[in-house]
Write a protein that binds this ligand. Structure first.
Ligand code: MRU
Length: 348
């Protein structure tokens, strides 16, 4: 997508190094940084310079390439690095999925040079697949927007950032928005600020501002009230891990939006690529929920936001039960929670 009129993806591979937009600096500063080895990859994922489930997956995929190159024929060292990449963030299944996919493909060969080449080829393919999946999510989601639109006008509510910064390009929850606007729909997006790291207010708002898409930032507590007023036609969020039964982990606070949507008869959709479905787990009870530093709640930089001597608890994600989810917008079409199992063989 565009920033100051120039097209960017959130990550790209250039002459042996990975380049990313450092998301910890947005919206104040647009800075491109280089990741040159597997340690840089782990640091970038753990410290959220890259974030969002699909982008975490793509970044980790290139991490496998670096790990292979660095380890030579010391496979013990390689597998240690792989474990550390996998542990860099626990909730987004895309990370583990990408790492396993690239490792399995690379290690089909017995020759180290060939393994390195194969890991890069597969990571590049994974990158392209993510971009294509998001484009398709946009096209499929557009039909849902048409269904809920009133005289071509739609008010969408979203949580966190499931925009192009969270994927290689286009985003998941934002892809139908971009598609709809391109096709002439009159769209306005309510953006939850998304405490404590404010991915909505900082990143989603930044994206829509630069794409000239009408939007309004609201506090995390405001969504229910705005739905009661009849000002939301549809809620669309992304996902970090979807269990086989449709229970879905996404940024903390998503569950409350789903409850409010249910009470107000507002359709609630999850937009995600199939790589976000974890068919190994039956329900949301099995999804590991990341707990991050309490300082994210207590401080903004060095400025105290709350009583700094009190303890705080910072769950990064929550699970929305499938019964509150109207449907899943994927690259293969729209599915109800009950229909998700039919996608099992589509996962490459
Ligand atoms: O902690 P984050 O910023 O990585 O959380 C991101 C989200 O919860 C997104 O909604 C999710 O990863 C989907 S991104 C297309």
């Amino acid at each position: 997508m565009k920033y100051n009129g120039k097209k960017y993806t959130s990550i790209w591979f250039e002459k042996g190094i990975i380049k990313i937009i450092d998301q910890t600096r947005l919206p104040e500063e647009f800075r491109i940084i280089e990741l040159r080895n597997s340690e840089d990859i782990i640091y970038a994922i753990n410290n959220m310079q890259v974030r969002g489930a699909p982008l975490i997956g793509v970044t980790a995929a290139y991490g496998v390439y670096f790990a292979l190159k660095e380890s030579g024929d010391n496979y013990q060292s390689f597998f240690n690095k792989i474990s550390r990449i996998k542990e860099s963030r626990p909730t987004a299944v895309n990370l583990e999925y990408a790492v396993d996919l690239i490792c399995d493909y690379a290690l089909e060969s017995n020759d180290l040079d060939d393994q390195i080449e194969r890991s890069l080829d597969k990571a590049d393919e994974f990158y392209r697949n993510d971009m294509n999946a998001c484009k398709k999510i946009g096209e499929n989601g557009y039909f849902i927007l048409q269904k809920v639109a009133k005289a071509n006008e739609v008010n969408i509510l979203t949580h966190c950032n499931a925009g192009w910064l969270a994927t290689v390009d286009f985003g998941t929850a934002s892809a139908p928005v971009f598609e709809g606007v391109n096709r002439g729909m009159d769209i306005h997006v309510w953006i939850d600020e998304t405490r404590p790291r404010n991915q909505g207010g900082k990143l989603t708002a930044w994206e829509y501002y630069h794409e000239k898409i009408p939007h309004t930032i609201i506090t995390d507590n405001a969504g229910g009230h705005i739905m009661q007023n009849g000002d939301v036609d549809i809620v669309i969020t992304g996902a970090d891990r979807i269990a086989s039964n449709g229970d879905t982990a996404n940024k903390i606070g998503t569950y409350l939006k789903a409850l409010a949507a249910y009470d107000n008869k507002v359709p609630f959709y999850i937009a995600a690529p199939i790589s976000t479905i974890d068919f190994k787990i039956k329900s949301g009870k099995d999804i590991p929920i990341e707990i991050r530093s309490e300082d994210e709640i207590k401080f903004s930089g060095k400025t105290p936001l709350n009583h700094s001597l009190s303890p705080a608890l910072n769950h990064g994600f929550d699970v929305t039960p499938a019964k509150f989810i109207t449907g899943f917008i994927t690259e293969k079409g729209i599915f109800t929670p009950n229909q998700l199992k039919s996608l099992k063989n589509e996962k490459i």
